[in-house]
Design a protein around this ligand. Sequence first.
Ligand SMILES: [Zn+2]
Length: 101
Amino acid sequence: MGRVIYAWPVASSRRVTTYEVLLDDAGTLSCECPAFIFCKAGQPRTCRHVREKHAEAVEILRRFKAGLALPPKPTLAPAPRMPLKKAVGDGLVDAIAAVEL
Ligand SMILES: [Zn+2]
């Protein structure tokens, strides 16, 4: 692993944990998730996060090598919210009660 030039926060499949996908100055992507770390011997080391970021990584590496500014480090999209009940009559009260619980 060379010098890390970029990192993306990514969520575990159940969004319980956050990992980082790292890109180094040699163009190598790595990930902190178990699928990447504990890959089977003889298998190419990858995971769905690395595959997800591959196209972006190509562009970032291109910018890095051209001496261009890299985009700001992305933040993780918030977890999807539970849908609130319809805000009609008693439903509104239910929705507020659910939030406060
Ligand atoms: Zn991963």
